[in-house]
Design a protein around this ligand. Structure first.
Ligand code: MLT
Length: 339
């Protein structure tokens, strides 16, 4: 049966509907932050990894996310978003809704070195993200294929000086840790090799093991197994102390190239505007993961440094991003062939 509405009753009905809509909107606005505080997370969280599967960022992300998902009671799904040395992923993460359901495992490349390497970088690492916390420190090693004709770093450097145009360096894209740290290596020994980019040091490592490239710089977690297996050579680590997971590999200072100081880090970031209540939950879950015995053992066995409680706060990560941009920008500018 049809109801006929005259002008007066139609106006009244519309006014009632409008009041109802206003009520709903007000309710929505007022309850969203409260829901975020109490209910988050209610569904799967996507963790963007800016490089290929099997590389150091992917490995750290999977170890940490595994424990965090148990704390949060929701799955954390890794999405490998490759390209442009990690900056494609940085842009994607920056543009994601700030609701805690898309976060990113950034690193020294995406959130520091990229600033000097990309004048038109789409994101500002310091102001376009909410820092969640640092996951692990990543010492960087100078590596070569297993049959490279140099038994130590001195011979390696001298071989590169004599044969610079013939050797081929692998990296994970302009902006990656592998690219930035080997740029420092190349400039300290005054050479410009041919370079082969990969979508991460996972595939670059496969090429090094297969002898398709000559050398690269890579983060410890994916270096320990092939060095122990003798499928690649490690000449030095760019930190002040030797790494406990590879105690036979000298530091660059011991090996005669003190200019090569290279240590990276992996850290969790959320898009700017993600509610602080969510950042607090994610940071707490990260802290529990880094205090967990099994998670610690996995990271330590792979040579990673685990930040202490002070080093894993959002504030500490915000300060780290700023200081790393300030540190790497002049290094990259003076090492870059374009400058
Ligand atoms: C990776 O996971 O492939 C690396 O972190 C790449 C890099 O930055 O060197």
């Amino acid at each position: 049966m049809r109801h006929k509405l005259n002008g007066g009753s139609l106006r009244t009905r519309l006014q009632q509907l409008a009041r109802g809509m206003c009520g709903l909107l007000t309710l929505g606005v007022m309850t969203t932050p409260a829901l975020a505080q109490t209910d988050y997370p209610t569904r799967t969280i996507t963790l963007i990894v800016p490089f290929a599967a099997g590389g150091p960022t992917d490995v750290v992300a999977r170890i940490v996310a595994n424990h965090m998902s148990r704390t949060l009671g929701q799955q954390i799904v890794i999405e490998n978003v490759v390209g442009s040395g990690g900056t494609t992923a940085g842009t994607r993460a920056m543009r994601s809704p700030p609701d805690g359901y898309t976060i990113m495992m950034g690193h020294m490349g995406t959130h520091a070195a990229a600033v000097a390497l990309y004048p038109n970088l789409a994101y500002n690492p310091s102001s376009d993200f909410e820092p969640i916390g640092m996951a692990a420190g990543m010492p960087v090693f100078i590596l070569a294929r297993k049959d490279f004709p140099a038994k130590d770093l001195k011979e390696f450097v001298s071989y590169l000086r004599d044969n610079g145009s013939k050797v081929n360096m692998a990296h994970a894209g302009v902006g990656s840790v592998a690219f930035a740290t080997c740029l420092l290596l190349n400039s300290s020994i005054g050479m410009r090799p041919a370079m082969t980019p990969f979508q991460g040091t996972g595939p670059a490592m496969n090429a090094l093991v297969a002898g398709r490239v000559d050398y690269m710089c890579d983060q410890v977690v994916t270096v320990v197994a092939p060095v122990k297996a003798g499928t690649i050579r490690a000449y030095a680590v760019g930190t002040a102390k030797r790494n406990p997971a590879l105690p036979d590999v000298p530091t660059s200072i011991e090996a005669g190239l003190p200019e090569f100081q290279a240590s990276a880090w992996n850290a969790l970031f959320a898009p700017k505007g993600t509610p602080q209540s969510i950042i607090v939950k994610l940071n707490a879950a990260l802290g529990l993961a880094l205090d967990d015995k099994d998670t610690r053992k996995q990271l330590l066995d792979l040579g990673g440094d685990i930040p202490n409680a002070d080093g894993r706060t959002p504030q500490a990560l915000a300060a780290l991003v700023k200081s790393e941009i300030a540190k790497w920008t002049p290094i990259i500018r003076s090492a870059s062939p374009a400058h």
